[in-house]
Design a protein around this ligand. Structure first.
Ligand code: FES
Length: 90
């Protein structure tokens, strides 16, 4: 990803934060409804384009046109109150 700007989705569940590339595996579109605004319905992240729904902790699609595929996880670490890309893991 050198030199290319990417949009990430950060989801917190308690003390755990997971990150995914903001690209839907169905048609490669962003998942946000408006820049930085996402829909969480019944605990699942919903893609704005065709409504695929994803588990918050794994990124697995559990409903919609790309069921069984997953968001691309991005390794992050929390350090001193900051969330950083984990360069040791990818
Ligand atoms: S692009 Fe996300 S469900 Fe189609």
């Amino acid at each position: 990803m050198d030199g290319i700007e990417e949009s990430l989705i950060l989801l917190r569940s308690g003390q755990c934060v997971v990150a995914f590339l903001n690209v839907c595996p169905h048609a490669g579109r962003r998942l946000d409804w408006a820049p930085g605004q996402f829909l969480i319905d019944q605990g699942r992240l919903v893609c704005a384009v065709h409504g695929a729904s994803f588990e918050r902790t794994t990124g697995l699609c559990v409903g919609g046109p790309c069921r069984g595929s997953s968001l691309r996880p991005i390794a992050v670490v929390e350090r001193d109150g900051w969330l950083l890309l984990d360069e040791t893991n990818g």
